[in-house]
Design a binder for this molecule. Structure first.
Ligand code: HDE
Length: 719
């Protein structure tokens, strides 16, 4: 019996397919795996009430054996993730560029499954680690599965896949003591980075707030590598993929991230789950940067180099469709854990470039599923199987589901009448793009890959003052946890290639003098017989000096959809005041939660009962996007005596989030350090995001901006 809920778009092809395997135990008798009804699931079979257990108890043995084998290896990277179903809807006919069927007719809906993840941490680690986020989408097209396996950062640490195991070994917990979990702030990661100048651009991104997103629905996604679109005539264009979130791009601050990791390590997973349950479906537009073949060498970086992005000033992003995530998985393990992505899952009309990072990935993903999912039949697992027919001569292996009938399992054959048969291109048969290739068989990198600092500089210079400040704080935090001075020095030396001020400030924070003296061989990152002179990165000279789209402030979104607002309340609060906020907030897709000292109900000033949603004990300010102090004299006065309530408001102020108040709510505000600081600074309250007099509209508009960074200069607050 199926228990998957229909999505808003009705039952799509993938959902119907999954329903074949989805079962519910509702109103059903408990059975063994062989279908035998179970009479007693409370006691094992014993020789007498107080006697030893008996081997014959097949029910006990089956149950325990299954339990003993329940775990599978977690993903070697991206172990921690959360997934959701939905659909992709194309906006226009792209036949000029690609023959991909799902991109031909405007309005075509293709079922998708998306999985968002952190990279370094184990399956049970915090969602709020400073890390890249995986952004993987499986499109169940009529021509087979297409996987766009991307990240929320458009570049990567390394240029060649052969360095991936080293990168990951360096960032994972250190091998001798398995410390630290889900963190890059330790010696081995920074040792590796300090010896790999190509990682510098990516380091700028992961030290920015992009690496601590507020929500999976508030981050961009990128295919990173240059791919190809190929049309029916066989003409190819290079293409870069982008996902743009409808909710804007927003992050938490590092102070919040660390606190949330303690209070709610499932913060992002819960947010995704809940927003779908609430009908606030996360939505992303898919964009492409299309580059004609002839322009391959037009840029001052190599488009095959995954440590570079193509600034939107040089090639604009063309929006071609949208993805809506509207259904939670019915079972985490069956769907989110067993889903197997692979950048090599393609459809006709999409193809690869020679990016050496991408080429290496094409090997790794199948290989890793073999160990993780236990054999070569992982494509048969319901979440992985395509919605179109699958026929070939691959047979048998662990857990085989398909019952292939007939005598023949080879091709060519006459025993099966030549079936299954090959397809001509015009009938959808995939052919690889016929790119001319020439060259020596050689273990080398093109010189066009050697500029490691220009785009790092472009990224840093494109950030707002607050964003730059956060990068500095992140670098200081991370490097302060590194124990070796030689690593500090090498990183600072690299930073000085990006920006002198940045390097100086970090050096100062680490207690180093500039210029730093490097006392070791930096040439480990070149081949043993290489001449170091040949491998030098030139000085940073970005062709685009500032690219505004690299700053998160460019993608604010101006929406409160999916945001969580706290209302601080105690007995005597005005229910009218709360209702006014709730009405307008819920119309815009935001959630309002009543936070008080204990659960249960509180009597309002008007005499009705108000249900408390959560308490100061479990729900501190950091898990909310804004706070509202409603009218009600007794409530406000009572809360002024509560240190948790005072801390709540002070912390909201410190983190530059909107503070709204109505009527007597201001009594609580006036009891805070935040009030004192803002009064002393002489700032106009509204300008620093403190909205008084029950102006709900003004409060929501301020909250939609996510943060009032203007306040940050006056945010030195003990909270
Ligand atoms: Fe992955 N990566 N990766 N990666 N990757 C995996 O495959 C790998 C890279 C990405 O939600 C693994 O099924 C190599 C870039 C995502 O299930 C593994 C290299 C990008 C996910 C693997 C890279 C990604 C993975 C582990 C360097 C962005 C999670 C489990 C050449 C474009 C997918 C698995 C999910 C997962 C290998 C670099 C994205 C080991 C060798 C660059 C989103 O196969």
């Amino acid at each position: 019996m199926a228990n998957n809920k229909p999505s808003e778009a009705g039952e799509n092809a993938k959902q119907k397919d999954l329903n074949k395997n989805t079962v519910s135990g509702d109103d059903q008798a408990m059975t063994t795996n062989q279908g035998l009804k179970i009479n007693d699931d409370q006691n094992s079979l014993k020789a007498g009430q107080r006697g030893p257990s008996i081997m014959e108890d097949f029910h006990f043995r089956e149950k325990m054996t299954h339990f003993d084998h329940e775990r599978i290896p977690e993903r070697v990277v991206h172990a921690r993730g959360a997934g959701a179903h939905g659909y992709f809807e194309s906006y226009e006919n792209l036949e000029e560029y690609t023959m991909a069927n799902f991109l031909q007719k405007p309005g075509t809906r293709t079922p998708v499954f998306a999985r968002f993840s952190t990279v370094a941490g184990s399956k049970g680690s915090t969602d709020l680690a400073r890390d890249v986020r995986g952004f993987a989408v499986k499109f169940y097209t009529e021509e087979g599965n297409y996987d766009l396996v991307g990240n929320n950062i458009p570049v990567f640490f390394i240029q060649d896949a052969v360095k991936f195991p080293d990168l990951i070994h360096s960032v994972k917990p250190e091998p001798h003591n398995e410390i630290p979990q889900a963190a890059s702030a330790h010696d081995t990661f920074w040792d590796f980075v300090s010896l790999m100048p190509e990682s510098m651009h990516m380091i700028m991104w992961v030290m920015s707030d992009r690496a601590i997103p507020r929500s999976f629905s508030m981050m961009e996604g990128f295919g990173i590598h240059t791919f190809r679109f190929v049309n029916k005539e066989g003409k190819s264009h290079f293409v870069k993929f982008h996902w743009k979130p409808k909710n804007g791009v927003h992050s938490v601050t590092w102070d919040e991230a660390q606190k949330i990791s303690g209070y709610d390590p499932d913060f992002l997973r819960r947010d995704l789950w809940k927003s779908i349950e609430d009908g606030n479906y996360p939505e992303f537009e898919l964009g492409v940067q299309i580059i004609p073949e002839e322009d391959e060498h037009k840029f001052d970086f190599d488009i095959l180099d995954a440590t570079k992005l193509i600034p939107e000033e040089l090639v604009p992003v063309k929006i071609i469709g949208k993805m809506v995530l509207d259904r939670n998985p019915a079972n985490f393990f069956a769907e989110t854990e067993q889903v197997a992505f692979h950048p090599g899952h393609l459809v006709p009309g999409i193809d690869f470039s020679n990016d050496p990072l991408l080429q290496g990935r094409l090997f790794s993903y199948t290989d890793t599923q073999l160990i993780r999912l236990g054999g070569p039949n992982f494509h048969e697992i319901p979440i992985n199987r395509p919605v179109c027919p699958v026929h070939n001569n691959q047979r048998d292996g662990y857990g085989r589901q398909t019952i292939n009938e007939g005598q023949s399992s080879y091709h060519p054959n006459q025993t099966g009448g030549g079936c299954p048969f090959q397809s001509a291109m015009k009938n959808g048969g995939f052919t690889h793009y016929q790119e001319p290739v020439s060259g020596h068989k050689i273990k080398e990198r093109s010189k066009s890959f050697f500029d490691h600092y220009s785009q790092a500089k472009m990224f840093f210079d494109s950030q707002t003052a607050v964003e730059k400040e956060h990068i500095k704080q992140a670098l200081t935090f991370e490097l302060s946890k590194v124990s070796r001075e030689d690593i500090h020095k090498r990183v600072v030396a690299m930073l000085s290639e990006v920006n002198e001020d940045l390097a100086e400030e970090i050096a100062e924070n680490l207690g180093l003098d500039l210029p730093v003296e490097l006392d070791m061989d930096l040439n480990q990152s070149i081949p043993a017989d290489g001449d170091p002179e040949d491998y030098q990165s030139g000085p940073a000279k970005p062709s685009v000096k500032k690219s505004e789209s690299l700053s998160m402030s460019f993608r604010n979104g101006n929406s409160v959809q999916g945001r969580d607002f706290a209302v601080l309340a105690a007995a005597g609060v005005s229910s009218k005041s709360i209702e006014a906020l709730k009405k307008m907030a819920s119309e815009k897709g935001a959630n309002v939660k009543i936070v008080s000292t204990k659960l249960g109900k509180i009597k309002s000033a008007e005499g009705d009962d108000i249900k408390v949603d959560t308490t100061f004990l479990t729900s501190p300010s950091v898990i909310f996007d804004a706070v509202y102090l409603p009218d009600g004299k007794d409530s406000a006065e009572m809360l002024t005596k509560n240190p948790d309530a005072i801390l709540f408001v002070n912390e909201m102020f410190k983190h530059c989030k909107a503070i709204g108040m109505d009527g007597q709510g201001k009594t609580l505000w006036e009891a805070t350090e935040a009030h004192k600081i803002s009064t002393d600074s002489g700032a106009e309250l509204e300008k620093i995001g403190v909205i008084a007099n029950g102006d709900v509209d003004g409060f929501l508009k301020t909250a939609a901006k996510h943060r009032v960074w203007d306040r940050s200069s006056s945010c030195d607050i003990p909270a």
